[in-house]
Structure formats: C-alpha cells, structure tokens
Design a protein around this ligand. Structure first.
Ligand code: G16
Length: 546
C-alpha cells in the first residue's frame, strides 16, 4: 500500500471515530480498559494496528477482542490476540499505547512511522478476527475495529458475541489447522467432545455427583454454557443462574471476581448446602468454585485450588504413563495463597515459579516447562503442553503396556479438552469436573487438600496509581519511598503475615493484598496497609477505615 493511501486512516478517524478525549490511556494487564465512552477512537486504531501486526506476521490472523472482562458494565476494553492465540507480544504494547494516544491530526504520520518501525510489508494480505462480549457498548466498538481494519485494506471477520477464550481459540485454529476448526461450533466439538469422550472412560463413582450449579455473571460465559447444556447427555446436570435476564447486571454482585474478592456467594444463585457452584466471570475467561456449608459459610475453591487439582491429576497420569522425563511445573503470582504454595512444593513436590500479575506473564513462564500449569488465584489460568510432551504421551498411547496406554489415552483427551491459548472458564470447568469424577470426589474432599491462610484484598484510589512501582514479581514496592518499610513494619506484627501492593492494570486503583493467621488479622493488616498507601501515595476521597 503506497503511503499516500494512508489518507483514509485520517478520514475514517475524523469522520467516524474522532479522538474526543485528552485522557492518556495505556495498554495494561489485559489491553486498554476504561469507561466505554472513551474508547471508540482507541478501538479504531487497534483495528489499524491489527492489520499491521498481521502483515508483520506474513498475513497470519490476529484477533481483536472487545471486552472489559471482570469490570462492571460501564467499562469496556480492547485487546489484541497474537497468531498462536496468545496475548499481544509485549514489545508491541508501547506501540499500541502510542497509536492510541496521538491526535487525529498526527494519526496518519504516526501510522506511517509504525509501519516503518516494524517493517511491515503493506502489500501483503491481512486477516483480523473480531469478537465482543455482551456489553451494550460492544457492537459500536466492534464496528470501530472493523473500520480500522478496512482503512488499511485488511480483511475483518466478525464472530459476534463470543467468550474471550473462544476468540483466542479461533485465532489459533485459523493459523494452525491441526488445533481445531476456527468457529464457535469447532470450539464446542473440541472441548465438549473431549469431555464426553473422557466421561465414557470414567464412569461416575464414589462421592462425585453430576449436578453442577453455574453462576454466569450475567455475561457471555453463562449464555454459552446454556448452549453446551443442550448437547450434554447426562454427563453433567447443569443448573444455570445469572444468565443476564431479570435485570441482572454484568459482574454486579456475582461472577468469579466478585466471589473471589468479596469472599461472598453471588446473588441470584440458589443456596443449597454443599452444592458445588462454578462461578464464571463476565467474558468467560475466569473460573472459581464455591460451596456453602450448613451454617451458610462460603468455602471458596479459587484458582490456586484449580491449579493444584489439575497439576496433581496430570502428575498421576504421567506416573501411570511412565514418562518420568517430562517436567511439570506450576506458575503462580504473589496473590497465590501461601498455603497453596507450601502444599505444591512440600506435598505435591512440584516446582513453582512466581511471576507478575497478568496471564501473559504466567503463560510465558509456563512454556518453560514440558507441561506448565498456570493459574492466578482469581481463577485465570490453563495448562500448556510442549510438543515434546504431546509426542511422548502419544507414543505411550500407541506403544505402551495396557495400563500405560490407558493413562496416556486419558491424558490425550485431557489435553484436547484444554484451551491452551489462554485461561478459559468453560474448558477449565470441564477439566475440574473430569478430575473430580475420576477421583470420585465431592467438593469437600477437593477442599480438604490443604487449608487456606485467611486473606483479604482491598482497593485504594490514589491521584496517580503509577506512583506505585514494584519489583520481585510485585512482592516489593520500590516507590513511593518509605512505603515498603511501612508495609514490612505492619506485616511483622502479625503471625503468618504477608502483604503487598500494586497498581491495577485494568482499573484505576491500587490493589492491596494481605494474609495472616486469622481472618480478623488479615482484614486488619489489609486496612492498615491500605491506609499507608493512602497516606504515602496520594490517596483521594475517604481514608480507608480500620
Ligand atoms: C485481567 C487479566 C488478569 C488479571 C486481572 C486483574 O483479568 O487478564 O491476568 O489478574 O485482569 O488485573 P489487575 O489486578 O492488573 O487489574 P480479566 O479477567 O479482567 O481479563
């Protein structure tokens, strides 16, 4: 494409998606996220960038997902998906931020600079898949993305309302047809098909029962589970709640993030003691479980629990396959409950890596193992298998002793059921249900593996959250000066105390996490650290109360 035709980039911007806000916006933990009315020009420009990225990748397909995932309804967001279904390569985040923030007048020249900088051959074809969540602002933003793609003569393909992981999956399949068919139906065939296959090999026994309640967060995940429910044939009996009807608002007092952070059950779900409930988040990329006991006390099974369940089962199958050369490891963040990390290293004897928040960091670290299990405590995670691991297991399935072959076949189905591109609530749900069924376990037996340390998460609003910088996988705060010393001082007063602070990459807040020997102490420590953040990092509004 000759540079002169970049004129259209400016014309589309000025006529249809002008930049109407001077607020600086940054590509954060999971793309751009803010109030939906500030995003249209950003999404248009991500359409441009996706085309450039596709050309740099020799015409391979790039994804654009319109979602703000766990955020409330007024927010929205956009993120790019790389050809293997992974998050956008980090070195491009700065380019995305630059393109999102230039004035309309400078857009044409900045686009040209970017094309030169990344050495994109603009004569190549470019393909971009676009998906969106259920927010009422999403269709308008998806249209802006389409315009961005067309402005640079790329080919957009719209998937309509899909979960974020479904779009990651479709992008991967489009670029690697051995992975599956790049459609929503192809996704069901692969993930649900593998689950059904496994169920034929694993009859229900013991304390496991097939009734599962689902909290759909009033988002897209619940709606897709409703489609899946119709294709199940007794393998699971799903009771679905929070599907977006009856005035239920997206992620409001429901969904995985609410359940994890508030440590309360969601509204809108029937309370039945000891019933397993799976709580999805707004775009279907996170999953946590919970149950209530006879006293209506909530027992949470978060991402750490899912990680340990999956890692221990895969380890068992690997032993049964007699494939000792394959190294399995687990990746967590600083939010992982200290008790889970101890259980993984001391009881399961599995190596653990700790990285910064954001699935992109976890995914990357997990790839360094033959089999990498990664989960954030908030329920965002999956399992990745190297080609070497897949080949070894396939060989055992064909040539091993009968018992080894059986284990390897189970593992191959397990791999098929996994969305390896990114954390996926639907795929993870089927993985969890498979392990519980294989072990004949109910939810309390799952819970009994270890006891969580009481913890608390809080948010503090400050003038500029970037005033907080961190190091050592976010476990140390390096600025503002004096804050880490204050945190150390507060933590030292509590038995089993631990606390850290970090700026959120998806909301305009500073997050505070604490752990201690009792819930009361964890709550108190979190409140004291929140006050320290407020005092030393420019808090706005009311000072957090003890
Ligand atoms: C996103 C990211 C997650 C991250 C979460 C919160 O989740 O994908 O990796 O843990 O935001 O991030 P932060 O604490 O920086 O706000 P989701 O489900 O909202 O896409």
């Amino acid at each position: 494409m000759p540079p002169s035709s970049l004129r259209v980039v400016y014309a589309f911007a000025r006529e249809m998606h002008p930049k109407t806000s001077e607020v600086f916006i940054q590509y954060g933990t999971a793309g751009f996220r803010t109030k939906a009315n500030l995003l249209e020009h950003v999404v248009y420009r991500m359409g441009l960038l996706a085309v450039i990225r596709s050309r740099v990748k020799n015409g391979r397909t790039i994804g654009i997902m319109i979602t703000a995932s766990h955020n409330l309804e007024p927010d929205n967001g956009v993120k790019l998906i790389d050809p293997d279904g992974e998050m956008l390569e980090q070195s491009w985040e700065e380019i995305a931020t630059r393109l999102a923030n230039v004035s309309d007048n400078d857009l044409e020249s900045t686009t040209e600079q970017v094309i030169k900088q990344v050495n994109a051959d603009m004569s190549l074809k470019a393909s971009v898949f676009i998906g969106m969540d259920t927010r009422y602002t999403s269709p308008r933003l998806a249209a802006a993305a389409v315009h961005g793609v067309i402005a640079l003569k790329g080919t957009p393909k719209e998937f309509g309302i899909v979960t974020t992981p479904m779009l990651h999956y479709c992008v991967k399949c489009r670029n690697d047809n051995t992975y599956g068919t790049p459609t929503e139906e192809g996704y069901y065939e692969k993930i649900v098909g593998a689950f059904k296959n496994l169920r034929q090999k694993l009859p229900v026994f013991g304390e496991y029962n097939t009734t599962l309640y689902i909290d759909g967060a009033n988002g897209v995940g619940g709606k897709k589970m409703n489609i899946i429910k119709k294709s199940l044939d007794g393998e699971l009996d799903l009771n679905l709640y929070n599907l977006g009807g009856n005035g239920g608002k997206l992620n409001l007092n429901c969904g995985a993030d609410f359940v994890k952070v508030s440590q309360k059950p969601p509204v809108g779900v029937e309370h039945v003691p000891f019933q397993r409930v799976a709580s999805l988040d707004g775009d279907g990329d996170r999953l946590v479980y919970y149950y209530l006991d006879n006293d209506n006390k909530m027992n949470l099974l978060d991402g750490d629990r899912i990680a340990t369940l999956l890692a221990s089962y895969v380890t068992e199958l690997l032993k049964a396959c007699d494939a000792p050369a394959l190294k399995l490891g687990l990746v967590q963040t600083a939010y992982a409950n200290g008790a889970s990390t101890r259980y993984i290293t001391e009881d399961l004897k599995i190596p653990v890596t700790c990285v910064k928040t954001g699935v992109k960091h976890l995914h990357h670290a997990a790839l360094s193992y033959d089999i990498g299990v990664y989960f954030e405590a908030n329920g965002h995670g999956t399992v990745v298998y190297s080609n070497m691991a897949k080949n070894t297991i396939s060989k055992v399935a064909e040539e091993g002793e009968p018992e080894q072959r059986k284990a390897a076949q189970l593992l191959l189905n397990f791999i098929d059921m996994t969305n390896e591109t990114v954390g996926d609530a639907i795929s993870d749900l089927f993985l969890v249900e498979t392990v519980l069924c294989a072990r004949g376990h109910n939810v309390q037996q799952w819970m009994s593996a270890y006891t969580d340390l009481p913890c608390r998460q809080l948010k503090v609003t400050v003038q500029d959250r970037n005033a907080i910088s961190t190091a050592d996988a976010e476990r140390q705060c390096t600025s503002p000066e004096g804050l880490q010393t204050k945190i150390d001082d507060l933590v030292s007063k509590y038995k089993s105390g631990r606390s850290f602070v970090r700026p959120s990459g998806t909301e305009d807040v500073v997050r505070v996490y604490s752990e201690a020997d009792t819930q009361e102490n964890a709550d108190k420590l979190a409140a004291e650290v929140a006050q320290a953040v407020f005092d030393l990092a420019g808090g706005v509004g009311d000072r957090p109360q003890l």
